[in-house]
Every structure is written in structure tokens, then in C-alpha cells.
Write a protein that binds this ligand. Structure first.
Ligand code: SF4
Length: 231
């Protein structure tokens, strides 16, 4: 497993858990708002941390930590992810997986084998605008939709989330997303913030009142909608 980042302690990445975060490189999307462009576009030029070093730190900290968040990049494009997760689970830590949902088969495998405890899946935009929001012409929507349906089965604790960028997600998209993931256990609108490491350019976020209006639009479809990243 090529690990490109390791945060030993965070309260932000795994809801209600004191966790460590592991960053894996590479991704099959090119979302213009992506804040980890170096991990996505040029992972081989990023420093790597040996897997054994990470596992031995987790072993030493297992009585302090409650879980591990695995993020990227897109973790599920790595075929050795299930084996890596098994090693973390054998330490006794819970695992939260961040994913764009394109690898339905691996997500299903991990859920059905009880290898993960929480999933945060991105919904990039409405189905109609998925290509624009992911920066690629074929965003594997059928696999993404299968992953959505799998999570809606409530076999595992999960959330959906969307980084809401003005140029990529409009009011109509928000309603379409609400209809798509209707009945979801939890959905978060993440405010977009500019950063020097994003893939695209000239992107803008919504204001807090605008995001609150989106929450109102989503209420007929999802009861638990939150806003993150803006006060
Ligand atoms: S934001 Fe998009 S490009 Fe960046 S890691 Fe996530 S899915 Fe990949």
C-alpha cells in the first residue's frame, strides 16, 4: 500500500471518534475542487510512508485511538486495500472509508465482510452534471448509483456528502440529488473553500444563507442534512 500521508490524531475525519487518518494516492476522478491535487495528479512525486511504519504506530496508539479514516485520492482503486484494512482491524481499530463510490464491488466486499465500520461517500452533483463535477467524461455513474443503493440498504453506518461549488452544483442539482438519495441516513453539504492545491481554477463557494436554503430544499427527501466547513 502506497501511503502518502498520515495524521496521527484527528477529531475531524471520523464522526464522534478520535482517529488517525491515512492518505492514499491516485484517483480515477479529476474533480476541479479537489484539495489534494498533488495526491491525484502526481502521487509518485509525493513522499511515501512505509505501511509497516504506519501499522506499528497504530499498534502503539491503539489504546488512545478509536478508529482510522482511510482517504485519498480514491482508496478503492487499490486492490490491496482489503488486506490493508484487515491489518488495521486486527489491531482492534474501527475503520472509516472515504470513497467516490466508483468501485462498487470493493465497497460491497468490504461491507459484507464487516471490514469497515463507516462510509463517507461523495455525491459530486446531480447525475446529469456528474461529468462536469468529476472532471472526466465517463464518471462510471452506474457503479456510483449501485454504491448509493448499497448504502441506502443501511447495512452499515454511512453519510453522503457534496462539496457545493457554484460552478458545479446549482439549486436544480441539489433537488435532483435529494431525489436520488432520498431516505439517506445523513447528508452533508460541504462549503467550498479556495486553496492553492486545487485541480481547477476560478471556483466559488456558496454563502451560509444559500447553503441553508439548500437544506430547506432537501427536507422533503432527507431529514438529517448538515452543513460543514462554514460558520
Ligand atoms: S475530490 Fe475528486 S479528484 Fe479529489 S480525491 Fe476525491 S474523487 Fe478524487
Amino acid at each position: 500500500m502506497q501511503i502518502h500521508g498520515f495524521n496521527k490524531t484527528t477529531l475531524l475525519d471520523y464522526p464522534k471518534h478520535l482517529a488517525a487518518t491515512i492518505f492514499l494516492g491516485n484517483c480515477n476522478y479529476r474533480c476541479p475542487f479537489c484539495h489534494n491535487s498533488s495526491l491525484v495528479l502526481s502521487p509518485d512525486s509525493e513522499p511515501t510512508i512505509p505501511e509497516q511504519d504506519v501499522l506499528s504506530i497504530l499498534e502503539k496508539r491503539k489504546n488512545i485511538l478509536e478508529g482510522v479514516c482511510i482517504t485519498g485520492g480514491e482508496p478503492t482503486i487499490h486492490n490491496d486495500l482489503p488486506d490493508f484494512i484487515e491489518q488495521i482491524k486486527s489491531i482492534g481499530l474501527k475503520v472509516k472509508l472515504d470513497t467516490n463510490g466508483t468501485n462498487y464491488s470493493m465497497l460491497e466486499y468490504l461491507i459484507k465482510h464487516h471490514s469497515i465500520d463507516y462510509v463517507a461517500m461523495d455525491i459530486k452533483s446531480s447525475k446529469e452534471h456528474y461529468d462536469r463535477a468529476t472532471g472526466i467524461s465517463n464518471p462510471q455513474l452506474s457503479s456510483v448509483s449501485s454504491s448509493v443503493n448499497l448504502l441506502l440498504e443501511n447495512l452499515i453506518d454511512y453519510e453522503f456528502r457534496t462539496t457545493v461549488v457554484k460552478e458545479l452544483v446549482c439549486e436544480k442539482d441539489i433537488i435532483s440529488i435529494g431525489q436520488w438519495i432520498s431516505g439517506a441516513r445523513a447528508y452533508y453539504l460541504q462549503a467550498y473553500k479556495d486553496s492553492p492545491d486545487i485541480i481547477g481554477s476560478n471556483l466559488h463557494g456558496y454563502t451560509l444563507p444559500e447553503l441553508k436554503d439548500f437544506v430547506t430544499l432537501l427536507t422533503p427527501y432527507i431529514t438529517n442534512v448538515g452543513i460543514r466547513g462554514i460558520d
